[in-house]
Design a protein around this ligand. Structure first.
Ligand code: HEM
Length: 517
């Protein structure tokens, strides 16, 4: 590649950024003729805005720092994208819930970036319109509390498969938590039973999700939004590797949409399809002679659920393992509670849940201590608005800083400490803070929260009942301490870390486990 070619994209980009900046400034003046102030925030540089001040591997930390400096509502700019940061639960509820008419859209450039990488099917990034309403209706039928309740026996069975996998192959514990999360949602959505390892459909899904998670990032979206021509340059153009990635991602996404859907269609044709979100919706569509649009929505919402559920649920479980490793006294207290309520001849089930308040508090503290989606999923302002005297421009990206909400010292003293006890009142009873904000707010709130809650609870309580989570030892027999690092992106989980997951009782075998089922 020649040196001059290397400069072609940045030069074109800089020219369009200046032009875009001028147009944005002019349209801001036009929109805000009453000249109300924007919320306070860091001073943006020309063209790039506040990009340079952002800690790219932990943007939520920068945003929380800005929250401490400028307050509950912060204005910043990433290239030409106007960002309104919400740093408190109260403002999140005031805007996303009480003014949900205005704050239920998704930012256009995030939707475009999704489309660019072949993820136009993705319900999470659909604009706030009739297509989104249709997807949401399909989710509601399959994931509402009464429906979610019916999956609990399957979720317990999957938790027990997880225990088997941990016992048989402890080295690959990380993969087992991932398989557990994906296999639950595959069962709910497609009635598909995954193999414990190397499942062909799961490989297709993992391939597509991994590439998308690595590619569809807020900074990529900001870039493609600021320089729209980049979406149209040919893949052979120097520096255009993102375009080649996008072509590959499109192909992977198509395979991911089709493979599990065809599995259901085939089973329906042979009369062997079990009840699932897709089979039930397709039967209803047949009965009602539904449109092609409806059938397409079934296909799209189904695959979205799998992508949205597996990464988030397994990330939360990896965070759970890390916190147990770092806080052995919490682990011991949770195990003592399980032993005293359940004993050692059977495994916990959902009927025990209300009798295990400390385990409940552990789950809440896992969601709080490191939320799997630290900046939630961005919303967008449909119209200009005014909040507490500040102007919120139409089209602005609205980021709920979940991380800052979890670091609210007034509600969570010493927030970096992992302390389940914080969820108990002076009367010794669990308080009513279920950390629900980890699942977003308003009309776009997570549709899978009831399923996620049951998947996480059953995995946590089953693992703690049977296993100890311990530090590995070095050659001298000393504990290997872990200094955790987390992935950045829409979801966040710990990078691989050394950890031993061993049965609590010496000589505990597969046969012992089978007797406890
Ligand atoms: C620990 C697990 C999970 C966490 C932390 C989580 C968190 C979230 C968050 C923060 C949002 C954005 C809400 C907003 O925009 O305000 C979201 C949206 C969504 N989640 Fe989850 N989620 C989890 C599990 C699941 C599961 C199991 C499913 C499917 C069964 C699911 C499906 C979705 C969908 C489809 C959306 C998009 C909703 C929309 O845009 O209307 N999630 N989730």
């Amino acid at each position: 590649m020649s040196a001059s070619a290397d400069y072609r994209i940045p030069a074109l980009a800089a020219m369009s950024a200046v032009a875009y900046g001028l147009v944005s400034w002019w349209s801001y003046k036009k929109r805000n003729q009453g000249a109300l102030p924007l919320p306070p925030g860091p001073k943006p540089l020309p063209v790039v805005g506040n990009v340079l001040g952002l800690k790219i591997d932990e943007p939520w930390v920068t945003y929380t720092h800005w929250g401490a400096m400028y307050g509950e509502l912060v204005y910043s700019r990433l290239l030409n994208q106007e960002i309104i940061l919400i740093n408190t639960e109260k403002v999140a509820r005031d805007l996303l819930e009480r003014r949900s008419n205005n704050y239920s859209d998704r930012p256009g450039i995030l939707c475009l970036t999704n489309d660019f990488f072949g993820w136009s099917f993705n319900s999470v990034m659909i604009k706030y319109n009739d297509r989104w309403r249709l997807h949401r209706r399909l989710f509601h039928q399959a994931f509402r509390p009464e429906a979610a309740f019916t999956y609990q026996p399957m979720q317990l069975r999957k938790a027990r498969e997880l225990l088997n996998n941990l016992l048989e192959d402890p080295v690959n514990w990380r993969a087992h938590f991932q398989t557990h999360s994906t296999s639950i949602i595959m069962s709910v959505v497609y009635g598909y039973e995954t193999a414990p390892r190397d499942d062909p459909i799961i490989s297709i899904i993992d391939r597509a999700v991994n590439l998308a998670v690595a590619s569809i990032k807020p900074e990529v979206a900001a870039f493609l939004g600021a320089f729209p021509f980049l979406r149209h340059i040919p893949s052979w153009f120097p520096g255009a590797s993102f375009k080649r990635t996008a072509i590959l991602s499109l192909k992977y996404a198509e395979d991911m949409i089709e493979a599990p859907f065809q599995y259901v269609e085939k089973n329906m044709a042979s009369g062997s399809a079990s009840s699932s979100m897709v089979a039930d919706s397709l039967r209803k569509a047949e009965d009602e002679n539904a449109s092609e649009t409806y059938v397409k929505a079934i296909k799209e919402s189904a695959v979205t659920a799998v992508a949205a559920a597996s990464e988030t649920t397994s990330s939360t479980l990896l965070i759970f393992i890390l916190t147990m490793l770092q806080n052995p006294e919490v682990q011991a207290r949770a195990q003592a509670e399980i032993d005293s309520v359940i004993g050692s001849v059977r495994l916990p089930n959902f009927e025990d849940r209300a009798s295990l308040p400390y385990v409940e508090a552990v789950l809440r503290e896992v969601l709080r201590w490191h939320p799997a989606i630290p900046l939630s999923i961005p919303h967008a302002a449909t119209n200009n608005d005014v909040y507490n005297g500040y102007f919120i421009p139409q089209g602005a990206t609205i980021i709920t800083n979940t991380w800052a909400i979890t670091r609210n010292e007034a509600k969570y003293p010493n927030p970096e400490e992992f302390k389940p006890e914080r969820f108990f009142g002076a009367d010794g009873k669990l308080n009513d803070d279920t950390v629900s904000f980890a699942f977003g707010a308003g009309r776009r709130i997570c549709v899978g929260r009831y399923i996620a809650d049951a998947s996480i609870w059953s995995a946590i309580v089953s693992t703690l009942a049977i296993f100890d989570i311990k530090k590995c030892k070095d050659e001298q027999g000393n504990d290997i301490n872990v200094n955790p690092k987390f992935t950045a992106g829409i979801t966040s989980h710990p990078f691989p870390f050394p950890c031993l997951i061993v049965p609590r009782h010496k000589g505990f075998s597969k046969e012992n486990l089978a007797q406890m089922f």
